[in-house]
Design a protein around this ligand. Structure first.
Ligand code: GLN
Ligand code: ZN
Length: 784
C-alpha cells in the first residue's frame, strides 16, 4: 500500500537566531547604537532564514507570526490595542517605542531585574508591564492589562505583514495567533471585580477582523493557541471557548483553524475541545501520551489531528522506532490525510542547533536533539510512516543505536547512586529534634539580638567581577590571580558587613557565575553547552545545564570559600547552597527516570555538602529553593505529589546536621497562601521570602496559618532602584508583627544583591540595619 506522506508541522520556532543575533540587534537598538531600520532588517533576516531552513528540512506546515521582537503575548496585547493609558498611545500604528516601553519601562525605569529568573524592574517614569512565567516553562510573558472600560481595536497588522513577507519569499505559511480565551485568561485587571473573560465579546470583533484579513490575503489555515485547555477550567471558560470559536466559524466558515493545545493533556476538557467548530486539533503527546486513545475514540473523522510526538520542551533525541510502533496503528486507523506530525509545542523552548556544540562529550551529544534536529526527526518519522522506510533506514538505525547506547552507558548509570536513593529511611529526612527544641539550642549558641539582620547571599557582581571571570574563562587571568581577586572582593564585602553591623554575614558569592550552573559544573551527571541558548524573556536568554546522568559529588563544592570567609570574622558566616528542586527546575532534566528520582539524587549530593560545611565549622547553612513554587504542576490534582517529593528532597538535604546547626532557606516570591503547608513542612529553621513589593500581603497566609518557624519577610525591595528609607522598613516590620511573633522575625532584603549597584546597596543595607535597631529599642521601651 502506498500512502501520501503525512505533513510535518511546527507550531513555532526559536526566534533568537543561532548566534543570538536578535539579542545583539535589540541591545544595540536600545542603547542607541543602531536605528529602527537596522533592527527590523535583522528581524526580517532571522524570519527568512527560519522559513528557509524549515522548508529545506521538509516541514510542510510552516508557521508565520511566531516571531516576536520581545514576546508573543505582548504582541497580542498590541494587536488588539490593549495598551494601558500610561503608555500614551492615541491610536494609529503602535510605535516601537511604545512597544518597548510596555516591555521594559521607559525613562528612568530600571529594566534590569534582580532575579535572573523573574520580576520586571520598576522605577520612575512608566514602568514595564508585569511579567510572569508562561505556564510551567522558564519563558516569561508580559501580562496583559485590562480595565473595566477596556475597548479593543485592531492596532497591529503584524500577523498579516509576516504572512505576506513569507509569501513573497515563496512560503505559504500557517499564521499563529494566541487564542482569545487564553489571552484573556493570562491577563489581569487592577480592578479586582473585573473578570477578563467578561471582555470576550468586545475582543472577538478584533480577532475576526485579523482573521478575515489573513484569509483575504490567502491564508487557508490559522493556528490558534489555546493552551488554557490543559488547565483546570471552570464552566465560564468552557463556555467562552465555545462562544469564541463559534463566532469565528460563523464569520469565517471557510477558514480552517488548527486549535493548538500543549504542555499537558486535555483531560476533562476533551469534550469541550472536540465540540469546538475547528478543522484541526493539536495534541501534546509527549506530556500526555495517553490522551491519544481517548481522542482517537471520540474525534470526528474529518478533524485533522496534529500529533505532537517530538518533545518541544526538552533536549533529548527521540527513539524513532519506538515512536513508529506507536504511530503505525494510528495511521492505519485514520489514514494519512487527516494527520500531521509535529513537536509537542513551539520549539521556542529548546536551543536551535546541536551542531554548534563542538566541545560536548560525544556520547552525550549523540543522545540530544535541538530544534533543527527535532525537525529532522519529524521528517524521518513522516517518511517511515508514508511507505519510505527504506529511504530513512540509516536514520532509524542511528536513532535506535543512540537510544540503546544511552540506556546502557556508564556515564548515565552509577549503581552507587541508585543504591543510595533506592530506599530512604525516615531518619534521613528528619532533624534530630523538633523545631522548638532546636530553636532553644540555637538561641543559646548564637546569642543574636531580637530581629536579627542578614542578607540573601550575593553582593553586587560589578563589571570588575564580570571582567575577571571572563578573563579567567579565556585564560588571560591565571588561577592564582583570579583566586586573589575573588579573595579581595570577599574580604572587602565581609569587612563592610561587619562595619555596618549586620548580624549574620555572607561571603558574597563572587566566585559563582550562576546559582545553578556553579553547582552543576561541580557535580557529575551534568553537561554544559556553549551556544544552546533559550529565551527566558525579551533579550534575556539562558543556557540551562543538561542533567543527563546519575548525580554524584566528586568533592566538596563550597567549603573552601566558606572557610576563607569565616576566617575573616567572628560573626556567623552562612554557608550558601542551591537546593535540589531549584537545580532541577532550572535544568533540562533527563527523561529516562522520573523527575522526582533525579531530584532525590541531587538532594543527596547537597546533603553531603551540608554535612561537610557543618564539619568545617559552619553553624548556619542556607539552602536556596528559589524555584520551588514554579515547579508546581499545571493541574491542581498533581500538586500534592510534586510538593511531597519536593519537600522530601529539601528535608533530605537539611536533616543531616545537629540541632545546633541552623538551616535557612530562601524563596523569591510571595504567593504562599496555597502552598503554606508544604513550606512549613520543609522545616527550615529560618526562611527568607519576598514581601516588600506586596506590602506584606503575603503575610495574609499567616493570618490564619500559624507558621511555626522563624521567618524573614524581605523589607528591602531589591528590584527597585530606590533606596528604601528607615521608616518604610520599620513600617513593613510593624505589618509583619501583626501576624507573627517577635521571636520569629528576621530582617533582610527580599532577594540576592547580585544585579544591584554598590551605590544603592550600601545606603539601603545601612538603613535596614538602622531599621532593625530602631525596632529593637521601640520594643524594649514598650516592655519597660
Ligand atoms: N543566594 C542567592 C543570591 O543571593 C539567591 C538568589 C535567588 O534567590 N534567586 O543571589
Ligand atoms: Zn530570591
Amino acid at each position: 500500500m502506498t500512502w501520501s506522506s503525512i505533513p510535518i508541522a511546527t507550531l513555532g520556532t526559536p526566534r533568537i537566531g543561532p548566534r543570538r543575533e536578535l539579542k545583539t540587534a535589540l541591545e544595540s537598538f536600545w542603547s542607541g547604537q543602531s536605528d529602527e531600520a537596522a533592527l527590523l532588517k535583522t528581524a526580517a533576516g532571522l524570519r527568512a532564514a527560519n522559513w528557509e531552513r524549515q522548508k529545506a528540512l521538509g516541514i510542510r506546515v510552516i508557521p508565520s507570526n511566531d516571531f516576536s521582537l520581545y514576546d508573543q503575548v505582548l504582541d497580542t496585547s498590541v494587536m488588539v490595542g490593549a495598551i494601558p493609558a500610561a503608555y500614551g498611545w492615541r491610536g494609529g500604528k503602535v510605535p516601537l517605542a511604545t512597544y518597548f516601553a510596555m516591555a521594559r519601562g521607559a525613562q528612568g525605569a530600571d529594566p534590569d531585574h534582580a532575579c535572573a529568573h523573574g520580576h520586571a524592574g520598576h522605577g520612575h517614569g512608566v514602568p514595564a508591564q508585569e511579567m510572569t512565567k508562561w505556564f510551567d516553562t522558564n519563558y516569561h510573558y508580559m501580562v496583559p492589562e485590562f480595565t473595566a472600560d477596556q475597548a479593543f481595536t485592531l492596532a497591529s497588522l503584524k500577523a498579516v505583514d509576516e504572512f505576506l513577507e513569507a509569501k513573497a519569499l515563496g512560503h505559504h505559511t500557517r499564521p499563529v495567533l494566541l487564542g482569545p480565551v487564553t489571552f484573556l485568561k493570562l491577563g489581569k485587571s487592577k480592578d479586582p471585580s473585573l473578570d477578563p473573560l467578561s471582555l470576550l465579546h468586545r475582543l472577538m470583533p478584533v480577532y475576526i477582523d485579523i482573521l478575515r484579513r489573513l484569509s483575504a490575503n490567502g491564508a487557508d489555515w490559522v493556528q490558534m493557541d489555546e493552551p488554557c485547555l490543559v488547565l483546570d477550567l471552570d464552566t465560564a471558560t468552557q463556555l467562552a471557548l465555545r462562544d469564541a470559536y463559534g463566532m469565528i466559524a460563523y464569520a469565517l466558515p471557510h477558514l480552517k483553524i488548527m486549535l493548538a493545545t500543549y504542555f499537558g493533556g486535555l483531560g476533562d476538557n476533551l469534550d469541550t475541545a472536540l465540540a469546538l467548530p475547528v478543522a484541526g486539533l493539536h495534541l501534546d503527546l509527549v506530556r500526555a501520551p495517553d490522551q491519544l486513545d481517548a481522542v482517537l475514540a471520540k474525534a470526528p473523522r474529518g478533524l485533522v489531528l496534529s500529533l505532537g510526538v517530538i518533545d518541544g520542551r526538552n533536549v533529548w533525541r527521540a527513539d524513532l522506532s519506538a515512536l513508529l510502533d506507536r504511530l503505525g496503528p494510528v495511521v492505519t486507523r485514520r489514514g494519512t490525510d487527516h494527520l500531521q506530525l509535529a513537536p509537542s509545542c513551539s520549539l521556542l523552548h529548546v536551543p536551535i542547533d546541536l551542531e554548534l556544540e563542538t566541545d560536548l562529550d560525544p556520547d552525550v551529544k549523540s543522545w540530544l536533539a535541538f530544534s533543527l534536529q527535532k525537525m529532522d526527526e519529524l521528517a524521518t518519522l513522516s517518511a517511515a510512516l508514508s511507505g519510505e522506510r527504506e529511504r530513512v533506514a540509516d536514520k532509524l538505525a542511528a536513532s535506535s543505536q543512540a537510544a540503546a547506547a544511552r540506556k546502557a552507558s556508564p556515564k548515565v548509570h552509577n549503581p552507587a547512586v541508585a543504591a543510595r536513593t533506592a530506599s530512604i529511611a525516615s531518619t534521613l529526612k528528619q532533624r534530630d529534634s523538633a523545631f522548638p527544641l532546636r530553636a532553644q539550642v540555637q538561641r543559646r549558641r548564637f546569642g543574636l539580638p531580637a530581629f536579627p539582620t542578614t542578607t540573601i547571599g550575593s553582593f553586587p557582581q560589578t563589571s570588575d567581577v564580570r571582567k575577571a571571570r571572563s578573563a579567567y574563562a579565556k585564560g588571560t587571568l591565571d588561577d592564582a590571580a583570579y583566586e586573589r581577586f575573588l579573595r579581595e572582593e570577599t574580604e572587602r564585602t565581609v569587612r563592610w558587613q561587619e562595619e555596618i553591623g549586620l548580624d549574620v554575614l555572607v561571603h558574597g558569592e563572587f566566585e559563582r557565575n550562576d546559582m545553578v550552573q556553579y553547582f552543576g559544573e561541580q557535580l557529575s551527571g551534568f553537561a554544559f553547552t556553549k551556544h544552546a541558548w533559550v529565551q527566558s524573556y525579551g533579550s534575556r536568554y539562558v543556557r540551562p545545564p543538561i542533567l543527563f546522568g546519575d548525580v554524584s559529588r566528586p568533592s566538596a563544592m563550597t567549603v573552601s570559600w566558606w572557610a576563607y570567609a569565616q576566617s575573616l570574622t567572628s560573626k556567623p558566616m552562612k554557608g550558601m547552597l542551591t537546593g535540589p528542586v531549584t537545580i532541577l527546575n532550572w535544568s533540562f532534566v533527563r527523561n529516562d527516570i522520573p523527575r522526582s528520582d533525579a531530584c532525590r539524587q541531587i538532594a543527596f549530593a547537597i546533603r553531603d555538602e551540608v554535612e561537610d560545611l557543618e564539619a568545617a565549622g559552619a553553624a548556619i547553612i542556607q539552602i536556596d529553593e528559589a524555584a520551588l513554587r514554579e515547579g508546581l504542576p499545571l493541574r491542581k490534582s498533581d500538586w500534592k505529589t510534586y510538593l511531597d517529593w519536593a519537600v522530601e528532597c529539601f528535608r533530605i538535604c537539611a536533616s543531616g546536621v545537629a540541632d545546633e546547626t541552623q538551616i535557612h532557606t530562601h524563596m523569591c516570591y510571595s504567593e504562599f497562601n496555597d502552598i503554606i503547608d508544604a513550606i512549613a513542612a520543609m522545616d527550615a529553621d529560618v526562611i527568607s521570602i519576598e514581601t516588600s513589593r506586596s506590602k506584606m500581603e503575603l503575610l495574609d497566609a499567616f493570618r490564619t496559618y500559624k507558621y511555626p518557624n522563624e521567618i524573614g519577610p524581605g523589607v528591602y525591595d531589591i528590584h527597585s532602584p530606590r533606596v528604601p528609607e528607615i521608616g518604610e522598613m520599620t513600617e513593613l516590620m510593624a505589618l509583619a508583627r501583626q501576624r507573627l511573633a517577635d521571636g520569629q522575625l528576621w530582617v533582610n532584603p527580599d532577594c540576592g544583591l547580585k544585579t544591584r549597584k554598590w551605590e544603592k546597596v550600601r545606603p539601603a543595607l545601612a538603613n535596614m540595619v538602622a531599621a532593625a535597631r530602631a525596632l529593637r529599642s521601640s520594643v524594649q521601651e514598650a516592655a519597660e
